[in-house]
Design a protein around this ligand. Structure first.
Ligand code: PGA
Length: 251
């Protein structure tokens, strides 16, 4: 049995007051949702405060990215140890916005993932094809390259601390969700790659989230797919009401 995860990626939204309000409201609205693991990823500047506000709740906190060095002359970067220090248990690595706008590649995703694992964080590794790649029939080859590249040299023990998020780039923030069939096809393919790289047991236990315009009204269909174990939610995670409805509908 894979426990569902609903993770909210707040991206570049919410300063202290709104972030704390959102965090507290999510706690209030999900007190009875014990079947689902809940994660929120606020911006770096509010991580510490949100972690404090959530301490004692069942909600975990994630960074939206991290660097692979623990310290040094790397202006503007945040290390895995700093995320831990701010109360994070997880980090999102390789989000398509990082790949599109900030130069993340499969190689840097791999370095960041390894560094985060070494420090004890769990990692949500994001992958997904662009519209152009899908239309050219390259979806599965892109996914295979991203999974193999992102997980390169990561040992079997560490794969248990990894969650994979499949987020088709064309579905992020566009209101276009992949159909359940499109998402299931890719999720099942990812599981096959994990089985080849690790073992059938690891492929059975690894949790694979879908991301891209997930809303309270499409989560049920997605969750009914056998290989979809939850969601990474952007826009709809910025309101406690819609985020908690997604959590409720994810069972
Ligand atoms: P969206 O974002 O739900 O706003 O499409 C998803 C994501 O980027 O993780």
């Amino acid at each position: 049995m894979r426990r569902p995860i609903i993770a909210g990626n707040w991206k570049l939204h919410k300063k202290t007051v709104e972030a704390l309000e959102l965090a507290r409201e999510i706690v209030r609205l999900t007190e009875d949702c014990t079947d689902t693991e809940i994660i929120v990823a606020p911006s770096f500047t509010v991580l510490g405060k949100v972690s404090e506000a959530l301490s004692g709740s069942r909600i975990s906190v994630a960074g939206q990215d991290c660097f692979w060095q623990e310290e040094g002359a790397f202006t503007g970067e945040v290390s895995p140890g700093m995320l831990l220090d701010a109360g994070c248990t997880h980090v999102i690595i390789g989000h398509s916005e990082r790949r599109q706008h900030f130069g993340d590649t499969d190689a840097t995703v791999n370095r960041k993932t390894k560094a985060a694992l070494l420090s004890g964080l769990s990692v949500i590794v994001c992958i997904g094809e662009t519209l152009q790649e899908r239309e050219a029939g390259e979806t599965l080859s892109v996914i295979e390259r991203q999974v193999r590249g992102g997980l390169q040299d990561i040992c079997a023990r560490d794969i248990r601390k990894i969650v994979i998020a499949y987020e088709p780039v064309w579905a992020i923030g566009t209101g276009k969700t992949a159909t359940d069939v499109q998402a299931q096809e890719v999720h099942s393919f990812i599981r096959t790659i994990v089985s080849r790289l690790y073992s059938p047991t690891d492929s059975d236990t690894v949790r694979i989230l879908y991301g891209g315009s997930v809303k309270p009204d499409n989560i049920r269909g997605l969750m009914s797919c056998p290989d979809i174990d939850g969601a990474l939610v952007g826009g709809a995670s910025l309101s406690a009401t819609s985020f908690s409805s997604i959590i409720r509908n994810s069972k």
